[in-house]
Design a protein around this ligand. Structure first.
Ligand SMILES: C[S@@+](CC[C@H](N)C(=O)[O-])C[C@H]1O[C@@H](n2cnc3c(N)ncnc32)[C@H](O)[C@@H]1O
Length: 257
């Protein structure tokens, strides 16, 4: 098996086990970024929207009342079942689910007006490939809205951030920096705007329980917290309860092909 399919298998295995926890997770179900994402899309109501890496469907459900159709795509089948539960619960009849990989989308060219993705991109080993796929399935002038944790330009803070992330969840690839996103957006033909910088606080126990992080890894994260230099403690706002991550809502408008 290739390194890439190993990695994707790890993501599917990891999320397959904990899918139901993502339906009730406050970080995913709520969050100040969700209304901002919807707002900055300026939808008319007749659009087709793709939610790429939809997880339990909180982003798809936020967009559904404002669009004609939302396709919720994920490559973890048990997550798509959670989307169905959520859509039923909220009486949303315009969400359909689709099993698929963001790096190889099962859709024809120009099939969507908008692609959105939230808290999934840090699992993508080839984000440039995913962005090219989004561009391909978007109509001329279509938009891509991303919300995710951001890495740090400072190498020390960036190393600690990604070490903590991968100890908590071995399927984590990387929290990409704004500069990395900027290059990837440009490479795929999107003009990037930073719409909304924000932070999320992660309560240590909830954050590790949601992912069923083994005790030995929890201890290693605590050890890293304790070993962190001052700049890392400040950048991650580490305290007894947990830490916080810097995040952003980014909007890409496709430039003419
Ligand atoms: C934290 S969840 C997403 C949360 C969700 N978007 C929300 O707003 O609540 C991350 C999801 O990304 C999915 N994922 C990761 N890599 C993927 C890929 N290459 N293709 C499709 N889905 C992917 C995982 O299966 C997982 O369900």
């Amino acid at each position: 098996m290739s390194r890439e399919s190993d990695l994707k298998g790890a993501v599917q295995e990891q999320f397959g086990r904990v899918a139901a926890k993502y339906l009730t997770s406050a970080v995913h179900a709520q969050g100040e970024d969700l209304p901002v994402m919807v707002d900055c899309a300026n939808l008319r109501g007749d659009e087709r929207v793709l939610d790429a890496g939809c997880g339990a469907g909180h982003t798809a459900a936020s967009f559904a009342p404002y669009a004609a159709e939302v396709v919720a795509l994920d490559f973890t089948a048990s997550m798509l079942r959670q989307v169905e539960v959520l859509a039923d619960d909220r009486g949303l009849t315009n969400i359909t689910t689709r099993l698929g990989d963001v790096e190889n989308l099962p859709f024809p060219n120009s099939a969507f007006d908008l692609v959105v993705s939230r808290y999934s991109a840090h699992h993508w080993a080839r984000p440039g490939k995913a962005l090219s796929e989004f561009r391909r399935v978007l109509k001329e002038g279509g938009r891509f809205i991303l919300s995710d944790v951001l890495g740090f330009g400072d190498p020390v803070c960036d190393t600690y951030l990604n070490a903590i992330e991968v100890l908590r969840d071995p399927s984590h690839v990387r929290d990409y920096t704004l500069e990395e996103w900027s290059n990837r957006f440009a490479g795929a033909g999107f003009n990037l705007e930073v719409v909304f910088p924000y932070r999320i606080f992660l309560h240590f126990d909830e954050w590790t329980e949601r992912m069923e992080t083994p005790a030995v890894n929890r201890a290693a994260i605590r050890a890293l917290y304790n070993a962190s230099p001052e700049e890392v403690r400040e950048a991650l706002q580490i305290d007894d309860e947990g830490h916080s991550f810097q995040c952003a809502v980014l909007r890409g408008t496709s430039s003419p092909r």
